[in-house]
Design a protein around this ligand. Structure first.
Ligand code: EPZ
Length: 418
């Protein structure tokens, strides 16, 4: 049987939660470690299924990997392969960011086509177009993408869309290229900055990360480095949404509010009262959230697509009607049917979801169909009357470390049943 979370709702989320390291920073940083034959020490690495899967890829490539608590030690000295097999790629399509790293280390790479996922087709055309510009010969046959690049040459690359993954693959493939690469319309997410900081700690020469134009001056080689992964801004906002919708008083620690402006702004628009003290964000108890006129998901620094469903769960109990527009992924409303089963009043038309706040949700058996939608169902269950059973916790475990433990420590009646 797949894992289930059993939640008896109606209890306030009161207390403190220390936020995990960022999944979407850790994954590309772990991939980058294959680019040196020296040891890399990655601290604040969250204990997540997606990190475990990335470790499997590293080991499959021949790297040594040890974990001590939240620190991972990776040694690429004995790396003997440059291929990521189909089963590993199917397990986690975001392993595509190994492509640039393996190319830099081995001058060739072969990865199984990543395919889509529940939230969308997830094309990689921007990745491949950029790698070709850097000098990679790429063929797609028998379900594999085969790349060879005896020499990677720096060049000017313009991204049609500020793709996070494509920006990461360009950084990974250009750090040791001959000459300079300038990426325009690059993704500006904080996770890109974290990856660039780690690469620079390895001896790379990257400037401008976090802006739309990033410059990479190729260097001869990279060396090992020690680095601590940034805080997970999506996890922090998810827990704040759980606190707000249950009328709780919650402090999230080790959060970086500077990465969270759009999300914190939206929460305040919905009536949440927040205060800040260093890396702590404090939420005061409120009776009921207000609706928010329109929330549009956008590339950073806009409102993140990853927090759309958790905030929709909160908005489903707010006073008034909120409109969510999902501009990033084509199928990211899969949580809506499940929320409606709990009594939410949500109508979807194309990329828009109209959420008419209701006074109460009733607990039900619901099914997570992807990571963030699963988190949304937990939030709804915490606030609903009666018992909610969220199925397929494997999705939630991909991105949230010990979610039920954190929530139970703050007063939630939640347990895992698997
Ligand atoms: C990263 O995915 C994150 N994943 C996603 O988080 C996040 O939602 C997304 O960035 C946007 O912020 C990781 O970092 C592991 P994109 P990524 O390339 O890199 C289109 C989560 O829940 N596109 O910025 O795949 C694509 O179809 C996950 O933690 C192309 O058309 O996102 C989408 O519409 C979900 N061609 C848009 O760009 C390409 O070659 C954004 O994709 C690449 C992307």
């Amino acid at each position: 049987m797949l894992g289930e979370l059993i939640i008896n709702g109606g209890r306030r989320i009161n207390g403190e939660i220390t936020i995990q390291g960022a999944k979407n920073a850790a994954l590309p940083i772990l991939a980058a470690a294959v680019m040196t034959d020296e040891e890399c020490v990655i601290k604040n690495c969250p204990a997540l299924r997606d990190v475990d899967k990335t470790v499997l890829v590293l080991k499959d490539l021949g790297c040594g990997v040890r974990r001590e608590g939240s620190t991972l030690m990776i040694n690429g000295q004995d790396m003997f392969d440059c291929k990521i097999c189909e089963s590993l790629m199917r397990e986690m399509r975001s392993s595509i960011i190994f492509l640039g790293a393996i190319l830099t280390r081995c001058k060739k790479a072969s990865v199984s086509m990543p395919g889509g996922c529940p939230i969308g087709l997830r094309p990689i055309d921007l990745h491949l177009k950029a790698l070709k510009k850097l000098g990679a010969q790429i063929s797609e046959e028998h379900g594999y993408i085969k790349c060879s690049a005896p020499k990677l040459c720096g060049c000017d690359i313009y991204l049609d869309f500020p793709s996070v993954g494509a920006t990461e693959n360009i950084l990974l493939a250009s750090v040791c290229a001959e000459g300079t690469t300038v990426v325009s319309n690059a993704a500006r997410e904080p996770e890109i900055v974290d990856l660039a900081n780690f690469l620079n700690a390895m001896g790379a020469k990257i400037t401008g990360a976090g802006g739309s134009v990033i410059r990479i001056d190729g260097v001869k080689r990279l060396h090992g480095a020690e680095y601590s992964v940034m805080s997970d801004r999506i996890a922090a906002a998810t827990y704040l949404a759980a606190g707000a919708v249950t009328g709780g008083e919650l402090t999230v620690r080790k959060a970086n509010k500077n990465h969270m402006n759009a999300m914190l702004d939206a929460l305040c628009d919905m009536g949440a009262e927040l205060s800040y003290d260093g890396d702590a964000i404090h939420l005061k108890p409120i009776k009921r959230l207000k609706s928010i006129h329109t929330l549009r998901t956008m590339p950073y620094p806009g409102f993140p697509t990853d927090i759309q469903s958790p905030f929709m769960a909160a908005a489903s109990l707010a006073k008034g009607t909120s409109v969510f527009v999902e501009n990033i992924f084509e199928n990211r409303f899969r949580h809506v049917d499940e929320l409606v089963r709990m009594g939410a009043d949500i109508k979807v038309s194309g990329r828009c979801a109209v959420v008419r706040g209701v006074k109460r949700l009733s607990g039900a058996r619901v099914r997570a169909r992807e990571l963030r939608g699963g988190a949304a169902l937990v939030i709804a269950g915490l606030a609903a009357e009666g018992q909610t059973i969220v199925e397929n916790t494997e999705y939630i475990d991909r991105g949230y470390e010990n979610m039920e433990k954190h929530l139970a420590a703050c007063g939630a009646d939640i347990r895992r049943n698997n």
